[in-house]
Design a binder for this molecule. Structure first.
Ligand SMILES: [Mg+2]
Length: 224
């Protein structure tokens, strides 16, 4: 099994995704895509001009197109789009919750002297709603508001890693989406997929994950 690709002694830092990995995933991305798609269309841009189905990238792509016409209109669009998705994220967060073993997991890693960070495409406000005392469990949390380029761009992971003073070589990226695996591979970390989101073991193996676990907290069985 892929587990053998990771030597426990080499892992000194773990970077987690948030939604679907440490907390129950309940953002309605389908609805978000629909609403943002409608807004984009109202600015005269069609979906096939965007070349992506990921909401954040749809927004960036539309903003770039609009920027060629008018930076002012582009900014107006960007702010509108952002407040739409933030509203959906906050709604989801209000109905969200951490997975049962998340706090225990982060505390155990701390006592094992493994540095931990969290990177998420979610906004900081929503993360704080689900996990108000997050910083007492995990010292570095990098939400999308804090980076220019969100994951799968490696800048997102590297920002967390720099804050922790960790090196990619001794880091494991854990997430519930193949995009998390892509992020880790681009940044040069080891990677682990977890089955607490919408993806199956094969999706992670295809994405090149070094390891697949049922739940993020199961990493304790490997690190210990
Ligand atoms: Mg996720």
């Amino acid at each position: 099994m892929a587990a053998l690709k990771i030597k426990q002694s080499t892992i000194k830092t773990i970077i987690f995704d948030f939604d679907g990995t440490l907390a129950k995933l309940n953002i309605d991305f389908h609805r978000m895509r629909e609403v943002v798609g409608k807004l984009i269309l109202s600015y005269g841009i069609t979906r096939d001009e965007l070349h992506t189905d990921f909401v954040l990238e749809m927004i960036d792509s539309a903003a770039a197109i609009l920027n060629q016409r008018s930076p002012h209109i582009s900014k107006k669009f960007f702010d509108e789009a952002n407040s739409i998705i933030e509203k959906i994220e906050i709604e989801a967060a209000e109905n969200g919750e951490l997975f049962d073993r998340t706090k225990e997991l982060l505390n155990s890693l701390k006592s094992l002297k493994i540095s931990c960070g969290i990177i998420t495409r979610n906004c900081a406000k929503a993360v704080k709603i689900v996990f108000p005392d997050i910083l007492s469990y995990c010292p570095v949390v990098v939400c999308r508001d804090a980076v220019n380029k969100v994951k799968p761009h490696p800048e997102h992971l590297n920002k967390a890693l720099n804050k922790l003073g960790g090196s990619a070589k001794h880091t494991l990226m854990i997430g519930d989406h193949p995009l998390d695996i892509k992020t880790g591979r681009r940044a040069g970390t080891k990677t682990c997929g977890v089955l607490t989101g919408h993806f199956q073991k094969n999706d992670f193996i295809e994405a090149g994950a070094d390891l697949v676990l049922p739940h993020a907290a199961d990493i304790l069985n490997i690190i210990k």
